[in-house]
Design a protein around this ligand. Structure first.
Ligand SMILES: *[C@@H]1O[C@H](CO)[C@@H](O)[C@H](O)[C@H]1NC(C)=O
Ligand SMILES: *[C@@H]1O[C@H](CO)[C@@H](O)[C@H](O)[C@H]1NC(C)=O
Length: 245
């Protein structure tokens, strides 16, 4: 009984030591104009991994997977080959959460929070025009899930959603009449952390999803087994000692 509890405990300790890997985008946004440059890197919050053990994974819209060492620099971004899902993988089986990056040939992009927004916080959405586009002083309209929600604050190209709640989660875009509209980006809302299983306030990790869980188990199994074995040997030794005296 005690051995089982010990194994479980050591599994938890083993696991939390390698859990916190975050995707960082520089500049920090999800939408880019065609021919812009950006970089995606993996940040190990616990600093328990070698940089070489972290890699960026990119899945383009046609479903093709492109591994890239971290930091992954993208110069002269192109809509078809650089738009897609990006996440970080490690040799020990931890995946970060994913981000959707969109590269557009259009004249407008929308800046949304890159990582999920915590319930109760404020979220600012900013519309941005490509350089040298005339007409961008016009009012900006913002849409959520295809429905108009608001016009930008006077003199700005942004809106702030205060006290974010679950119902603010959705697909946002912005539009300027005579110029066009931005691609859509998801704003995700998550519950305030406080539970024991969330290691950091600013980290958003999917610890136990799909392949991640299987890989955790596969990697952890020898460790757990050796712990059980050690426990049994220890018990055996104590029994023998007691038998001798
Ligand atoms: C935020 O919204 C919640 C309900 O969604 C409300 O109970 C709370 O008072 C609000 N907080 C502020 C600071 O407005
Ligand atoms: C990425 O995009 C897909 C489909 O467009 C969506 O279902 C998913 O929730 C998005 N993920 C994030 C983290 O925004």
């Amino acid at each position: 009984m005690r051995v089982t509890a010990l194994c479980f405990l050591s599994f938890l300790i083993w696991d939390s030591a390698q859990a916190a890997v975050l995707v960082r985008i520089e500049p920090n946004r999800l939408q880019f104009f065609k021919y812009e440059s950006f970089s995606v890197s993996c940040e190990d919050q616990e600093e328990s991994l070698e940089a070489a053990q972290l890699r960026v994974m990119k899945m383009t819209q046609d479903g093709e997977l492109h591994p890239c060492s971290s930091p992954c620099s993208i110069c002269d971004a192109f809509p078809a080959t650089d738009s897609g899902k990006y996440w970080c993988e490690t040799d020990v089986g931890t995946n970060s959460s994913e981000v959707n990056i969109t590269v557009t040939a259009g004249s407008l992009i929308l800046e949304t929070p890159v990582h999920p927004v915590t319930k109760g916080e404020d979220a600012t959405l900013t519309c941005r025009c490509k350089d040298l586009i005339s007409g961008c002083s016009n009012n900006v309209d913002f849409y959520k899930d295809g429905i108009f929600i608001s016009t930008s604050s006077p003199g700005t190209m942004n809106i702030t959603i205060q006290n974010v709640s679950r119902s603010d989660q959705g697909l946002y875009k912005c539009s300027v009449s005579g110029v066009g509209e931005s691609p859509g980006s998801w704003v995700t809302v998550r519950a305030p952390s406080g539970g024991l299983l969330v290691p950091r306030q600013d980290s958003d990790i999917n610890l136990l999803s799909g392949f991640g869980l299987i890989r955790h188990l596969v990697v952890a199994t020898p460790y757990v087994l050796s712990t059980i074995l050690l426990g049994l040997i220890f018990k055996d030794q104590r029994k023998r000692e007691r038998g001798e005296t």
